[in-house]
Design a protein around this ligand. Structure first.
Ligand code: XMP
Length: 520
């Protein structure tokens, strides 16, 4: 269900760019609600949501190819302000009878633009003659402008990098204002949304919460809702929100697959009682998961087995709840976008992510996904609004398959216990040193490698542990956290001394890409 069926102030039209979500982020940061829509039925979306502004994203296609994605030409006849970014600008030019061509001077990464003309899109921050750093990623180039358009900026090779219609509020920029390396990017988006399109910023998480609670109340009436609870931010926020709307008509199911961190199941159960009065079913399924994972080493196989088993256990429990008509899930906006296939995108499966609550199809339940329109940090704000405790709201993400994907190779009870102890020490020290909240995600990985050590007067031959800590905005890319060396030495010392079974600790210093955050 949409936030508001009638009006969405800004629609971002997706042509398959890697950075479309970032455009959305920048607009919501201004306090303006927006959503991504496909280019295919844009007239229909426009009629449905009455937007006050349209932004065309970049994309991998070439605008001069006949089959490339384009919008209905009637869109240009409406008086809605349009901002085209990269391919978005090229397709505007191509459709309005300008010309786009392939160039020999492809521009990738940082570049400088020079302003040729003052414009509302640049406002007072970029005036004639000014230069400014932008971020480019294109091979094609606008060669001839449509009638009634003018050039606003060039790059050094005389490539056209910003244009506007003289009469209509249609703008095009070749660079990406949504990317932080475009130094005036935020200002450009702000000028377009707030000044040119005259949209009033009134998007607040509190309004969103009230709206959702009302919607869910009306929808559920006297039926029952079930919800998979992992204890992570997303499922906890969903549980608290639904509980607020329907009270004890909510039952949560917490499946302990035996691959949780030290004492995690106790914490989740205790916390749950503090922030909701909903019902909860605790399922101990350790044995089932363990026996199905026996001898499995291949990461994707592990993931598939865990995902399937989760759904099996969940379905079995859910069937016991009479009158259950709805299944609540913590699906976030990035999941929604990623699952929509955009023509021209060449993305490959890296890992099959599994979330608690998966998608049990057999249950025939209607879905309630109150976080569908939100990004992770907005979910955290919502959690605060719902007065969830800080330890839940600021909790690092933890993957559905749990410790199974942090034990490369064969999983055993012994290894799980070793990893639990080491991970606990690492996280405890991060908290003690006030580092936990500066890091997006931190954890340990128990490697299937044994090495020789010397402890006291004896020889040891034990496992190796890799410690990982990264900073990130959304988990899509990640940078390694720069610890003080002495802190790392201290961690290594504590772990090797206190955890029997580990005699060597490594620090993983690889960013994402090229590595992923989890090892499997
Ligand atoms: P990767 O390893 O793909 O992880 O760089 C990106 C983020 O996603 C988390 N992750 C998962 N979360 N179910 C989840 O709920 C999964 O199957 C899963 N796999 C990875 C990972 O911890 C990181 O935050």
């Amino acid at each position: 269900m949409k936030n508001n069926e009638k009006n969405i102030p800004v629609l971002v039209v997706d042509f398959g760019s890697q950075t479309t979500q970032l455009i959305l982020r920048r607009i919501r940061e201004l306090g303006v609600y927006c959503e991504i829509v496909s280019y295919k039925n844009l007239m229909f979306e426009v009629k449905k949501y009455s937007p006050k502004a349209l932004i065309f994203s970049g994309g991998p296609s070439s605008a001069f190819v006949n089959s490339s994605p384009k919008v209905s030409e009637d869109i240009y006849k409406l008086n809605i302000p349009i901002l085209g970014i990269c391919y978005g600008m090229q397709i505007i030019c191509q459709q309005l009878k300008g010309k786009v061509k392939e160039t020999n001077t492809r521009e990738f990464g940082k570049a400088n633009i020079k302003i040729l003309k003052n414009s509302a899109i640049f406002g007072s921050s970029l005036k004639i003659g000014n230069k400014s750093q932008v971020w480019m990623s294109h091979g094609d180039q606008v060669e001839k402008l449509p009638k009634g358009f003018e050039i606003l900026a060039y790059t050094k090779d005389n490539n056209i990098s910003a244009i506007s219609s003289k009469e209509k509020k249609i703008f095009g920029i070749q660079f990406h204002p949504e990317v932080i390396h475009t130094l005036k990017g935020r200002t450009i988006i702000k000028n377009f949304v707030l000044k040119i399109s005259k949209i009033k910023p009134n998007w607040k998480i509190k309004n969103y919460l009230d709206e959702k609670i009302n919607q869910i109340k009306k929808q559920v009436k006297n039926d029952e809702v079930i919800c998979g609870l992992s204890g992570g931010v997303d499922s906890s926020v969903v549980a608290a929100l639904i509980n607020k709307a329907v009270g004890r008509k909510l039952t949560c199911i917490f499946v302990n697959h035996g691959l949780l961190r030290k004492d995690e199941e106790k914490e989740v159960m205790n916390d749950f009682k503090k922030y909701t009065n909903a019902k909860i079913i605790y399922v101990n399924a350790k044995k089932e998961f363990f026996s199905r994972l026996k001898g499995i080493t291949e990461p994707e196989k592990k993931r598939k087995i865990i995902g399937k088993e989760f759904i099996r256990v969940f379905e079995k429990e859910a069937k016991k709840i009479k009158n259950a008509k709805y299944l609540a899930q913590g699906t976030l906006y990035p999941d929604v976008i990623e699952s929509k296939h955009i023509e021209g995108s060449k993305s490959k499966l890296i890992k099959s992510h599994h979330n608690v609550g998966g998608l049990p199809k057999k249950l025939n339940l209607k879905l309630i996904e109150p976080l569908r329109e939100l990004f992770k940090d907005e979910v955290r704000q919502l959690g605060k609004e719902l007065r969830l405790p800080d330890n839940i709201v600021r909790r690092h993400p933890f993957p559905g398959p749990g410790l199974a994907i942090r034990i490369p190779g064969v999983i055993s009870n012994k290894k799980i216990n070793i990893l639990k102890k080491a991970d606990f020490i690492f996280i405890e020290e991060l908290k003690k040193h006030n580092l936990y909240n500066k890091i997006w995600q931190a954890f340990c990985v128990l490697l299937p490698v044994k090495s020789v050590g010397v402890m006291g007067d004896s020889r040891s031959y034990e496992f190796t542990l890799s410690v990982r800590a990264i900073t990130s905005k959304d988990g899509m890319t990640a940078e390694v956290y720069n610890f003080n060396h002495n802190f790392l030495k201290y961690i290594s010392g504590r772990i090797v001394n206190e955890v029997k079974g580990i005699n060597r600790v490594l620090y993983d210093i690889t960013s994402k890409p090229p590595a992923t955050i989890e090892w499997e």
